[in-house]
Design a protein around this ligand. Sequence first.
Ligand code: 3PG
Length: 394
Amino acid sequence: MIRTLDDLDAEGAALGVRVDINSPLGRDGLADDARLRAHVDTIDECCGLGARVALLAHQGRPGGDEFSDLSAHADRLDDLLDAPVGYCDATFTAAARDSVAALEDGEAVLLENTRFYSEEYMSFEPDVAAETFLVSRLAPALDAYVNDAFAAAHRSQPSIVGFPTALDAYAGRVMERELDVLGNIEESPEPRVYVLGGAKVEDSIDVARSVLERGLADSVLTAGIVGNAFLLADGVSLGAASAGVVNERSHKAVKAAGDLLDDFSHRIYMPRDIAVERDGERVEVDLDDLPAEEPAMDIGARTLAAYADILEDAGTAILNGPPGVFEDERFEFGTRELYGAATRAEMSIVGGGDTAAAMRKLGVEGFDHVSTGGGAALRMLSGETLAGVEALRV
Ligand code: 3PG
């Protein structure tokens, strides 16, 4: 069983609330605040109940371009929330503990990027994670822990798996919603149609194998680089440019796609045409007219029509990864239209960071559930458990 905020006596309690506000950064700070918005309900609810909230979060990876402090995140959260949100540039030291102790009931403080400390970027078993500096020094300043960071729940890092050993732990509202939907896929309406695109081609093929083997998917519609890996495995000569893009992403993709086709060819659908850039224009090319010199940038209208027919009758549509380079408006057609078709399924679920970003950019609305998680959503859809979720079980 996993306890939720309904089980928590929050009034006057010092709560450590782990959120995932890891966001794309622009020159002037946050380039997208969707992940911050997602946590507003949980944080406002905790503050509204009179808790003193210490927010824990990461941003980027050590050495990466998006590795930064959380001051911009704190400012934005302060704008978004009813409760005041301060910022403390320490995570577990005396300064951090003092900032928690100084909170009035109903106030929040965002502590510094947990990944500024090397232990947070390592994987641990929960009981060992509880002995790290972050957990062993901060936990005594807290009364309970709430994990709302579904998008980071696949990491066995101290801020995710260590606190539940040291403190009573609860799922926040984001975590609860994600688990309700993604954790119960097998109960969603049938037939279930998975639409797999995006650039993480090997991950998508793993998901396809897992959902086909477990009998979760009635059909898998492949698109984008994933679709091209299946076309290559099926012997279609896409052209050197498209084949190069697939192989650059993963040398194993075509072989993995071929193995899956051997086992489940009747349930896997492949693109019927692709769109390329020719003389600066979008040009759609049928499979019969391949190979093309230019790389595939999108699916074409024939593929869309075939896929839309299948989605029309779907009980559940689960989308992961855009079918085209939607950032370029000449190639947003497939993504916009395919997502639009998916919203007409009885239940529609969008998983994965890129997919959710595509949906926001193209203004496609009407999904039943848009996951905040990239890797975490993929793992759940593949039937794997998440370390952060397991750590919450009592
Ligand atoms: C994500 O963006 O998927 C999560 O914030 C986890 O980030 P990570 O892949 O750097 O652990």
